[in-house]
Design a protein around this ligand. Structure first.
Ligand code: GBH
Length: 528
């Protein structure tokens, strides 16, 4: 570690109650696709349909077999903070409706949560990470407004059964991907692509309503007793004008960001769709001879009901694009409405995914954009990470660099810019089913050996990188000799817990410091 390398980083620490964690999602790791009474999801159907183009016909039938490896996985998470995972809806409700609750499926999550808590790991639960029960897709899936009711009933069951032990909920992971890739381009399940000018907007509309209803349900019925937090996780690339001196490129960049993050963030954090989406889609619809806009409208009551349904801003972020305008003529679809092209800079480092370049500066700018646009919300980064492809090298230099440089930019956003970032979650705990890319792109901190029937997990070097950042709670000068820089002995774990001590001081009657509502944070090193 040279002086020169030292100077590449900003040294400083996050607030002491900063949350660190790792994440996964049900379909990508669980396997057990038809085990213990689970019903099929749209991803089961999609991966079992020939011709979907997934490398080596990959699917989530077995995935990382986490359905059977709870104890193994627990061992991996120990030095990595809290654990964000998602519930497979059709594991607990096989046809998606509460007509039949699959108790063994619920038991799996209850057991996982109990064991996490016993190990001092906070569970963070996503209700929907893309695996809609096939039974509900048969009714039109997210195209059908009735999903709002089904989703709310499912959420109600999860809050009542798991809520006493889960303090952080996420309704939807990346509604943008569901709407656009699932129901627009069709390269993700359920593979709908027959009306890309209309359906993605309808789907997004229903996802936003479903989120809002689940938030209200929690707020009205569970918050007082359970005291947790609930929000939505939105994904966004950062974007810069391809030519920063060109007004057209600047305008196109604004459209890109508003059509991406703003599509969902504007209704939830500001109220209603943004003016630019409403105007552009209406004008382009009318120009093509349609009687009205393809973008559905919220009634004023709906605008009210949706606005403010958040306890924090959940953010998934990976990369940055350079943007310029493209005129799509009268084509009627999301891309044509947005009217932009995106390129990468040749100097940006590659990853194992064509869409993902290593661009650490972007996360700081995006966090500032969120701070300035959406009223300085608390931000929880719920995913950030990088992939590799091809031969396995446990010394994953790209990932080590990625985490160091991205988290360092998050630190600057927090400390220097005052963005209210409260936590950071690494995608992903281990190599897993990367959707349409199958197992060819690996995002894991742990390598999963797929040619070994035991699916052995082995730490990549970045496990050290990330756990060191967690132990130091940021970046400390390597020359300082700080203890946190030293790898901890096997079996050592930093636990975080918050204790609320309410000391009324009313008994003694003497004058003294006011100790009411003292918030004490205890850092414990646990030795097994
Ligand atoms: C997240 O999506 C997901 O939440 C997670 O499940 C996933 O494993 C992780 O990121 C890594 O991808 O090749 O042009 O069709 C991030 C959004 C969705 C961005 C898929 C890239 C493919 C683009 N990603 N998308 S393309």
């Amino acid at each position: 570690w040279s002086e020169f390398q030292n100077r590449m980083y900003y040294y400083g620490t996050f607030p002491t109650d900063f949350l660190w964690g790792v994440t996964s999602s049900a379909y990508q790791i669980e396997g057990g696709w038809n085990a213990g009474g689970k019903g099929p999801s749209i991803w089961d159907t999609f991966t079992h349909t020939p011709g979907n183009g997934i490398p080596e016909n990959g699917n989530g039938d077995v995935a990382c077999d986490s359905y059977n490896k709870v104890d193994v996985d627990l061992g991996l998470i120990k030095t990595l903070g809290y654990y964000r995972f998602s519930i497979s809806w059709s594991r607990v409700l096989p046809d998606g409706t509460t007509a039949h609750v699959n108790e063994p499926g619920l038991k799996y999550y209850e057991n996982l949560i109990d064991k996490l808590l016993q190990a001092g790991i906070e569970p963070q639960v996503t209700l929907y990470h893309w695996d809609l029960p096939q039974g509900l897709e048969n009714m039109g899936g997210w195209q059908n407004v009735i999903m709002v009711e089904y989703f709310t009933q499912y959420a109600d069951l999860m809050f009542s059964r798991l809520g006493p032990k889960v303090k952080r909920w996420i309704t939807f992971n990346e509604p943008y991907i569901v709407a656009n890739l699932g129901y627009g381009y069709g390269n993700f399940a359920p593979g709908v692509s027959n009306d890309p000018g209309v359906i993605p907007y309808v789907v997004a509309h229903h996802l936003i309503k479903s989120h809002a209803e689940a938030w209200h349900l929690y707020n009205d019925k569970y918050r007082a007793a359970q005291g947790g937090q609930i929000s939505i996780t939105l994904n966004a690339d950062w974007a810069e004008p391809r030519n920063p001196y060109k007004q057209e490129d600047i305008d196109a960049t604004y459209r890109y960001v508003e059509f991406f993050l703003g599509w969902f963030a504007h209704p939830i954090y500001i109220g209603d769709y943004s003016e630019i989406m409403k105007t552009t889609i209406r004008e382009r619809s009318l120009a093509a001879g349609l009687p009205k806009s393809r973008l559905p409208e919220f009634t004023p009551e709906e605008v009210q009901r949706i606005n403010g349904t958040h306890d924090y801003f959940g953010l998934n972020h990976y990369t940055t694009k350079l943007i310029f305008p493209i005129d799509y003529g009268l084509q009627q679809n999301y891309d044509a409405d947005r009217g932009v092209g995106a390129v990468d800079d040749w100097s940006w480092l590659d990853s194992g995914s064509s869409w993902l370049k290593v661009t650490p500066f972007g996360i700081r700018r995006l966090l500032n954009h969120i701070k300035n646009t959406y009223g300085n919300p608390q931000i929880l980064i719920t995913e950030n990470g990088v992939s590799e492809k091809g031969p396995v090298d446990l010394n994953d230099v790209v990932r080590q660099h990625y985490y160091n440089s991205y988290i360092n930019e998050v630190l600057k956003a927090r400390v220097l810019d005052g963005a209210d970032v409260r936590g950071y979650t690494a995608w992903s705990l281990m190599d897993n089913f990367e959707w349409a890319e199958g197992y060819s792109e690996r995002f894991g901190l742990y390598f999963v050996n797929r040619s070994d029937p035991k699916l052995t997990r082995t730490p990549k070097v970045s496990v050290q990188t990330f756990s060191t950042i967690i132990r130091c709670n940021g970046f400390v000068d390597p020359n300082s000799g700080n203890e946190c820089l030293k790898p901890q002995p096997e079996g050592t774990q930093r636990c975080q817990s918050n204790l609320l001590l309410t000391l009324t001081g009313a008994t003694s009657g003497k004058e003294g410091p006011d100790l009411s509502d003292v918030n004490v944070q205890i850092l414990i090193y646990r030795h097994k």
